[in-house]
Design a protein around this ligand. Sequence first.
Ligand SMILES: NC(=O)c1ccc[n+]([C@@H]2O[C@H](COP(=O)([O-])OP(=O)(O)OC[C@H]3O[C@@H](n4cnc5c(N)ncnc54)[C@H](OP(=O)(O)O)[C@@H]3O)[C@@H](O)[C@H]2O)c1
Length: 285
Amino acid sequence: MCALRLRYHPSFHAKAMNDVQAPIPVVVRGASGRMGQAIIRLLGARSDLALAAALVRAGSPATGQPAAPGSNVIATAALDEAVEARVLLDFSIAPAFDEGLTLAVERRLAFVSGTTGLSAAQQAALDEAARSIPVLWSANFSIGVAVLARLGAQAATLLSEWDCEIIEVHHRNKKDAPSGTALALGRAVAAARGIDFGAVAQPARDGIADAPRDPAAIGFAAIRGGDIVGEHTVLFAGAGERLELHHAATDRDIFAHGALAAAVRITRLSPGRYAFAELLGQGMA
Ligand SMILES: NC(=O)c1ccc[n+]([C@@H]2O[C@H](COP(=O)([O-])OP(=O)(O)OC[C@H]3O[C@@H](n4cnc5c(N)ncnc54)[C@H](OP(=O)(O)O)[C@@H]3O)[C@@H](O)[C@H]2O)c1
């Protein structure tokens, strides 16, 4: 996670003050997916946000259909020029991510994304976009996971000699492994120990090892099955004892609630790259 300070931009603030009663118009991209549908459903129950457009993949059977049961917004593959929006919420897939980020920059929309499996080039594109729009990408919009990352970093320092392994469990349809959240937790541990994550991350083990475990390694194990929403364990193993910090998500709505809370806050901020944990620090929990 980056550690930028929140920067309030007078024009965003003035706009927010003027629209104090008006809901913030939101574009949801990946609208036909599990997260997209959860976000649209929860948007319907809020007075501070309103669905302005629902974007789906070109050729998707959802095109031309109501964005969700009872919605008067019709799902489209392209954002109509006439649609006025302030923020784009992207929960799609990594190969489709660039297109969404480009759209946000072109239309000067704040950008909030939870799409995982991004490449280093896509992360760099987020940094570049942050020069012109407010940008928040998070591998996990759960408040509990944000706290888990902080606790993991603390334990990594206190137990600096202990081995660290991260175990994640997800539903059978998850495409990327290890999960973006597991990698973010690993980065938090590495940063707390002052080591280069890329040099110590060990994403998979198979076969017969020709050397003992590297004490600095951060190992990952990914389990897939059924409809498990998402579980993460940061395990620290010492001699004769171990500590496990565990988070279980039982309801996908937690991510949607977190993303919507981020969408409200980011529209008040100036261009820049923000982390979900920073917004937590602003009383979001
Ligand atoms: N950060 C978090 O807290 C968090 C939490 C949960 C999930 N996630 C991540 O969020 C993403 C979505 O998760 P999900 O469970 O909702 O997956 P999903 O059900 O597979 O939804 C992905 C959606 O993206 C759509 N899509 C693909 N290409 C597109 C394009 N060019 N334009 C618009 N939409 C496009 C897909 O449409 P088709 O089906 O028509 O191809 C699908 O509806 C994944 O990367 C997942 O790992 C993040």
